[in-house]
Design a protein around this ligand. Structure first.
Ligand code: ZN
Length: 198
């Protein structure tokens, strides 16, 4: 079988982006080749560098270039609180709320059995080990207030309770079905302050 042409390969590669179908992948490819050759070079270099240097932080699972990220090492943070979020973008929103000074754990997803994402895929054992370090006193479950986020929180709460760890959940101040990433900082701050024991 012949190798796909460079153009075919580029279009196929662009389709790995979320929401990009064959038509838009082709449009992007032509755009990059015709009008944005320098941008394309920059993109290729940035992707290569990011793939080589970024990996999960040994403590919080967020992306970092070091073994342990700056936030996890910061003496300004309260190590007795661990806030569990689904995605790195959620960390940014909680930080913007300025209502939290503890540490984080990023799941990099949520339980979604239909998509084949279970506790093993999300490496819940790593979170469990992190939360059982003897320093963490409270785990705040800040997964999204969607069905999958609630299922994830429920599952995690049971696991953490079984180890005698105090667990709390964001208050219902945020509308049902809302995703942390798109919530405003003030609502997230309130939901954190009003969090309830799970
Ligand atoms: Zn970290």
């Amino acid at each position: 079988m012949a190798m796909p042409s460079a153009l075919d390969e580029l279009v196929a590669a662009l389709r790995c982006l979320p929401g990009v179908g064959p038509k838009s992948a082709q449009r992007m490819a032509y755009h990059l080749l015709q009008h944005e050759r320098r941008g394309a070079e920059r993109l290729a270099a940035a992707l290569t560098r990011a793939l080589q240097t970024l990996h999960p932080c040994a403590r919080c699972n967020n992306f970092t270039e070091a073994e342990i990220c700056e936030r996890c090492l910061s003496p300004q943070r309260d190590p007795t609180q661990l806030c569990v979020v689904e995605m790195p973008a959620d960390v940014n929103v909680v930080e913007q709320s300025q209502a939290y000074r503890g540490l984080y754990y990023v799941l990099m997803g949520r339980l979604s059995p239909l998509d084949g994402v279970g506790p093993r895929e999300l490496a819940f054992d790593r979170l469990l080990a992190r939360a059982s370090d003897g320093v963490v006193k409270e785990v705040i479950l800040a997964t999204n207030l969607t069905h999958e986020g609630e299922v994830t929180a429920h599952y995690l709460a049971e696991m953490l309770h079984a180890r005698g760890i105090k667990v709390s959940r964001l208050a219902r101040g945020l509308p049902l079905g809302s995703e942390i990433e798109y919530a405003d900082a003030a609502s997230v701050a309130q939901a954190l302050l009003d969090r309830r024991d799970y």
